[in-house]
Design a protein around this ligand. Sequence first.
Ligand SMILES: [Zn+2]
Length: 455
Amino acid sequence: MLYRAHLLSPGAPTRLDEVVDGGLRVDAGGRILAVGPFPALAAAQPTEAVADLRPFWILPGLVDLHSHLPQYECVALDGLELLPWLETHVFPAEARFRDPEVAARTAAGYFASQLALGTTTSVAYLTVHAEAADRAFQEAERCGIRAVLGKVMMDMHTPELLLEDTAASLAQSEELCRAWHGRDGGRLQYAFTPRFAPVCSRELMAGLAKAADRHNAYIQTHISESPGEIARVAELFPEARDYTDVYAAAGMLGPRTLLGHGIHLSPAERDRIRSSGATIVHCPRSNGFIKSGIMPLRRWLDEGLSVGLASDVGGGPSLDMWGEMAFACMSSKLRWAERRTQSARLDGLDLEPALRARLDAALDLAPDPPVTPAEAFHLATLGGARALGLEKVIGSLEPGKDADFIVVDPRVPDPAAARGPEPPELVLSRLVYRSDPAMIRATYVRGRRCHALEP
Ligand SMILES: [Zn+2]
């Protein structure tokens, strides 16, 4: 099949590749065979079926690198910080997954919502319940989304309803990994999923690190999200140098490890994470919603850390990755503006240069330039693909990759669409800042249409 549309794909973090009258040739197995100007591709194979999608655009599907499927029903409940929010809203919602039917029903709505918003790769936490996890995988298999899922593991300091036996947690997780990791040609994969250090024993973390290694599976967990959480980790793991050291000591850090949040990391922790190849998953709206802080996105990128982007439902209020891109840009702008304001205040004090330099360092006033929509789009596509080691499979429109793409109507967020074509940076800026589900006309995963506004 040859799809005809305006093509837009991330080339590099600051470069967008576009083909105005483009063609995307996809084989029956859902692989991209060719990308380029439509007239040339059509002339090369004149008998091939053409799907003319003009005036819509084709973009690569989005990668949501961190979210909690069972928390879908408790999204957007305001008022609390991380630890009390978990106790009040999250644990009761997760306890309902002891009924596998609840899990299956929630998973169906959750994946359908992601596909409708243009997300083609869903990396998600489930609950401690093995049968519920199995049902969620079945639902992902059925609906066609690309998914990396894992049964949550927590064997200490946990409400009775969710508390696991260490050996049983390891055995059930490994069994699920055997059943699902690599299923359907790698469309479904497994992530060992210790919730975070405060609810996991050393034995559990060391055991799952070995199991993930044996199966070449992923590990996903949280790190350094809120000050209260960091203090709890210091209390529970007095032998550790810092939060990162807890995971490093367990053997959990590596290129297939996804660390959610990573807002308050020291330079030594960042060095260690970077050299391990692990990814920091930025969840900007969740960080705002739970009042955790503003992750210094520009700084982490400049330091060469692997960074991806995610919705973190239910800490984040929605599965919409366009909203996450917008908030990633806006929170980095607010961070920049706040630092400029503080610098101007210090300028007014006329301080000795040495004292001023110490204050600048203590208050972390280095001006990090804000992140652009093109960079946020890169994080939500190729950045996420790289974090998963799938940069040769998904993340952009390139021959040889799987045909995970979305059909977008750029007129929806444009109040003056009649004016005609604009540069791709401007179009993307509107898609990001004025996103609307009505702009996602259709979503394809490996060539299969998994969502469409019209039948
Ligand atoms: Zn999370």
